[in-house]
Design a protein around this ligand. Structure first.
Ligand SMILES: NC(=O)C1=CN([C@@H]2O[C@H](COP(=O)(O)OP(=O)(O)OC[C@H]3O[C@@H](n4cnc5c(N)ncnc54)[C@H](OP(=O)(O)O)[C@@H]3O)[C@@H](O)[C@H]2O)C=CC1
Ligand SMILES: O=C(O)C1=N[C@H](C(=O)O)C[C@H](O)C1
Length: 266
């Protein structure tokens, strides 16, 4: 396999750390730089708990792109910066692999348009865990037969966006096969605002945030005399690395905007 040079934005974060380690441990990847808005001038090896890598850290992503040649940017930061970084990567001819969640529909559309203009590949995956991708696909299949559905996602309490990118993507996949249908009773009334969660075409999404959790989702279907629950748990962040690795490999072969890891799987 040809070598792919990678920049990671967000190397101190919970996901960024795992990504740095995975890249370091993959023979055909080279970590050439990192972007960290608080540690410019240091090297990756200077950051606590990261491998002994000489790659430089830049505070400013534009400076990084000017000084370091790279094939791929892996972004694992925040919705605000993830969006800016993805745009800048495309403008600099670097292929983005984006795990950062919380982008708006408009931002995704804008990035898709820019991808087409630049004739590059982009992977934006709300969830890189293979089990989560299957959970979403199984849910889409089930929704064809069970249109009564509610999504319950549970995450650690440091998460910035709610609902999670996975829950948003799950709802979008279900929307492809489910007609609009208000879930619950037609005369239902919330006596406490928010009690029924967010509403997507009448389907509800409930977001739980607690310390001790990593990333979990249940999609519950109900019908006459039966319920069906499709559940996925990420119990650590290594669970996401198979998808990050696959995305870095695949993005080099693509000239397309990929939103969702399912689009890279057979
Ligand atoms: N697609 C997937 O499978 C997964 C996606 N995610 C998503 O990935 C993102 C990161 O998650 P997680 O690692 O848990 O979050 P963390 O908060 O642990 O990490 C984010 C890191 O990005 C840093 N950061 C913030 N702004 C910048 C910037 N401008 N330049 C460089 N670095 C910056 C933060 O630094 P500081 O805190 O010092 O500001 C922090 O170190 C989130 O959007 C999350 O939803 C998470 C897990 C799986
Ligand atoms: O912030 C997280 O932790 C996660 N974010 C992604 C999301 O918003 O769905 C993926 C996974 O759920 C973990």
């Amino acid at each position: 396999m040809t070598n792919t040079s990678v920049i990671v934005a967000g190397p101190r974060g919970k996901m960024g750390r795992e990504a740095v380690k995975m890249i370091h441990n993959t023979e055909h990847f080279t970590l050439v730089a990192c972007v960290d808005h608080k540690n410019g001038g240091l090297k990756v090896k200077d950051l606590d708990g990261l491998p002994d890598i000489e790659a430089p850290i830049f505070e400013d992503i534009e400076q990084c792109f000017n000084e370091v040649k790279a094939d791929v940017l892996v972004d694992l930061t925040t919705p605000e910066f993830g969006y800016k970084h993805t745009k800048l990567a495309l403008e600099n001819g670097i292929r983005p692999v984006v795990g950062t969640t919380g982008f708006t529909k408009e931002q995704l559309q804008e990035l898709e348009q820019l991808t087409e203009e630049k004739e590059l590949g982009v992977v934006i995956a709300p969830n890189f865990a293979l089990g989560a991708v299957l959970m979403m696909q199984f849910s889409k299949w089930a929704a064809k037969y069970f249109p009564d559905v509610e999504i319950i996602e549970r995450h650690h309490d440091q998460k910035l966006d709610a609902p999670s990118g996975t829950a948003v993507k799950t709802a979008e996949l279900i929307q492809e096969v489910r007609d609009k249908k208000p879930q619950g009773h037609e005369n239902e009334k919330e006596t406490l605002e928010g009690a029924r969660g967010a509403d997507v075409d009448g389907m509800h999404i409930h977001s739980v945030r607690l310390p001790g959790l990593v990333a979990h989702q249940e999609v519950m279907f109900g019908s006459s005399g039966e319920t069906l629950t499709i559940k996925h748990d990420s119990i650590n962040r290594e669970s996401f690395m198979t998808g990050v690795k696959l995305s870095i490999e695949k993005v080099m072969e693509l000239n397309a905007f990929i939103y969702g890891l399912e689009n890279l799987l057979e």
